[in-house]
Design a protein around this ligand. Structure first.
Ligand code: DTR
Length: 340
């Protein structure tokens, strides 16, 4: 009996390896262990992309690198992410630039209303922008990926069908998205995404402005029964690595990480776009969420309110010595290029 069981186990193992259903990544005794911090809960997209990166890295380095992941702010939270990575609390961290807009001026320019149609395009635009400018905001870290959310829409407890409806409405948003809400007359309330769950429950906010996959991932569809499609702006994200941890890596591992940068950025954009569709199907069918699409007449009124935002960002950026007009021109050209 014992012998049969043993034989069976061996047979299963051989089949799994031969047919590729299980690739053993046996960590070498002297494997390099890297701590990867993330701020939102495990099922959300920043953590899904983190697990995908871990899997790819462990596979492509054949166990030479082991990535320990820390979702849910267990190692670093949203606001101390970059400083924690610079200090070495984590080797790698996932950062939402919108939570410190003044610190990440260049990359946050992508959150202006430039009509980025989806997360795939947003991610490719953001990556190219980063590559061209190598902004000072990331001077102390190695950048491993850049990606954006899908466009932001309004999720709320009350129906929003006109500018009248949004006037004075307390909606959660950060960075560029908060500026958009202000321009529409809403009252933006800034806080990192994980805090929004409680804020909605307690009635501190009446809804939020974000990409729509959160309707499912944070179960916002249970409280926010209305979605207003604005498809206005995105949130930029990056994955950064402590510079000393990066420099201590052997050349072959560095190559694996470098080769993954654009691939991972695009993968995340595509994952996000597909997941938004899935989350909205779920929200409509199981949660009876009502979706409002603004008429083109109404949308024109909303768009008109946003005209000053880019100039406002440009004035601030110029004050910081940045080539604001060139950055804006590049983003617009990249959006056109990748939207084709
Ligand atoms: N709405 C932005 C970005 C964002 C979109 N989905 C998620 C999921 C988990 C964390 C952040 C986000 C924000 O609130 O930061």
């Amino acid at each position: 009996m014992k012998r049969n069981t043993g034989m069976l186990m061996v047979a299963i193992f051989v089949c799994a390896v031969v047919f590729g259903t299980w690739a053993p990544t046996v960590a070498a005794a002297d494997a390099i262990t890297l701590k990867y911090a993330n701020f939102p809960p495990a099922p959300t997209f920043p953590c899904v992309q983190m697990e995908r990166w871990k899997t790819e890295v462990e596979k492509r380095t054949a166990g030479k690198v082991v990535v320990q992941t820390f979702p849910g702010g267990t190692l670093l939270d949203a606001k101390n992410m970059i400083d924690g990575v610079i200090a070495g609390t984590a080797d790698i961290g996932c950062l939402s630039m919108a939570y410190q807009p003044g610190r990440f001026m260049v990359t946050n320019a992508t959150s202006l209303p430039f009509g980025i149609p989806n997360a795939k395009v947003g991610s490719l635009v953001l990556w190219d922008l980063y590559e061209k400018y190598k902004p000072q905001e990331f001077a102390g870290v190695k950048v491993l990926a850049m990606f954006t959310t899908a466009p932001n829409n309004i999720m709320s407890k009350v129906a929003v069908k006109s500018l009248e409806d949004i006037k004075g409405l307390d909606l959660r948003a950060s960075g560029g998205a908060a500026e958009v809400l202000s321009a529409w007359g809403a009252n933006p309330v800034g806080m990192p995404m994980p805090e929004t769950v409680e804020a909605l429950q307690k009635g501190v906010v009446k809804g939020l402005f974000s990409s729509l996959e959160v309707m499912k991932d944070f179960k916002f569809a249970e409280t926010c029964k209305y979605v207003t499609m604005t498809e206005t702006s995105i949130y930029p994200f990056t994955v950064i690595m402590n510079i000393k941890s990066w420099e201590s890596l052997p050349a072959d591992v560095k190559k694996v990480f470098d080769d993954l940068r654009v691939e991972q950025s695009q993968w995340t954009g595509e994952y996000m776009d597909n997941h938004v569709k899935e989350a909205m199907e779920w929200s409509k069918t199981t949660q009876k969420v009502e979706v409002t699409t603004l008429s083109s007449e109404e949308k024109a009124k909303w768009n008109a309110k946003l005209q000053g935002l880019t100039e406002k960002w440009a004035a601030e950026a110029k004050g910081k010595g940045l080539a604001a007009d060139q950055i804006i021109g590049d983003i617009k050209a990249l959006v056109t290029k990748y939207s084709k």
